[in-house]
Write a protein that binds this ligand. Sequence first.
Ligand SMILES: Cc1cc2nc3c(=O)[nH]c(=O)nc-3n(C[C@H](O)[C@H](O)[C@H](O)COP(=O)(O)O)c2cc1C
Length: 485
Amino acid sequence: MTSTAIQDGQPGAAAAHESFRLRRDAELSSDATGALRLRQSRFQLPLGGLGVSRRALVLRLAGDWVGDLELHRIVVGLEGEGQLLPAQILLRRLSAHSWLERRLQAGGRPLLDVVPRGLGSGSLPEARRHEPGGRYRLSRFAGLRVQDGRLVAASPLATVAVACADPGLATVFATAADAGCDVHDVADTLAVAEPVAGRVLDELLTGRLLVTAAEFEEESTHAPLAYWLPEELALHDRARPGRHVAPVGGTYPFRGKLPPAPLRRSFPDGRHRVLPVPDMELVAKRDEPLTAVVRARHSVREHDDGHPLTVDALGEFLYRVQHTSGVTQAGGQEVGHRPYPGGGGLCELEIYPLVSRCSGLDPGLYHYDSVEHRLTLLTGHDAAGSKVTRYARSAAGMAETPQVLLVITARVQRMMWKYEGLSYAMALKNAGVLTGLMYLVATAMGLAPCALGAGDSAAFARLAGIDPLVEPNIADFTLGSRRAA
Ligand SMILES: Cc1cc2nc3c(=O)[nH]c(=O)nc-3n(C[C@H](O)[C@H](O)[C@H](O)COP(=O)(O)O)c2cc1C
């Protein structure tokens, strides 16, 4: 059977029917021999050797919902009843391997579409059934999104999502989030018979959008789920393939649509301060060996304000951690070389020294132009006493204002032009790599380094006059002179 019809025996009550169509992110194509092929990002399913009616069925599934009646009409009309079973088996296999969306409808009215997130055998979750009389809560991991012009509810804990074909489903979610809902509530809200409402509940349970009271308690108060913020789990889920097959990686989603941002971030109109280029031969002779530096490295939250950091030391430090060279083209955008590795060589991270005390340099917020090795003053006004500095000082638990706060931003559009699904996560990783290098270079130079877990990104955006959606502040690092031991 390719669809289920539930007769509930109540006068006037509609039955539930299922129909199917190709998932929206899949493509159907045919090769030179006419053989059909399904494709979804890196997955393919060749569909060679189909007879006339199964071929017609697949072509119909690519553009429309197909229920029992349509399947019967297509197959019997073309090849007679003898081909019904093979066609039904094909439909069932495609559905079981998550190539198809499944629609639940009652009396010709679509209620919901089950949208697979995974692909391949074993990618559908085990079907769950509601208990008669059971009340269900909205999972705290359920999220609503607009997708393909539909309201889609999804949980990172399930491999299927549910699109609200009937707007009443949004009311079901609101009720479930509040007092919880049972089959009567669903039947009333959607104006369907209770057996149909039961089917709706089953789908919402299978998609882990609704949970039992015990599960809700578990996900709110017990390890491991209670630890996770829904936002953190959603970011983790999107950035890692496995449970879903949304594209993750270098797919260049904006190539040909929007121009890529150049590698070099510069503020041409600002006041520039060209920094001396350190003699790296001398530096190499002066530095302790790597192992000694690694062993000596630790966070230092005290600065020697009697002998503050000098502009030359700041310049050497910035050169050694961030200097950019070897700018060239790859994949249609500029890439470059920096002292630390970074996903794609996109050099999306920028450093903004917020200087409170540095000999030879006025207090203020600067941008480090890593190609030209120069600082550009963005604002001197109140920079040292700003909310950004106050937050950093408190995060580091420092008694005094840090001599220099290095605010690290990510030009996320450079990442998002190339990468899909993992751009932000990758920028955070790159910031960790940069931070690690900052610790080592500061240690080698006898400076006082300390990374920070967070900073006031909104205050920084206001202070710098930078759009936080274009270049969010994603990491922060305090740097100063170290007191003599
Ligand atoms: C990503 C990151 C975030 C950090 N956040 C803070 C912070 O907000 N405040 C702070 O005082 N130290 C912070 N630290 C420093 C750690 O507390 C420190 O590295 C850790 O306690 C180990 O000490 P050590 O660096 O001296 O080896 C951070 C370190 C890293 C790498």
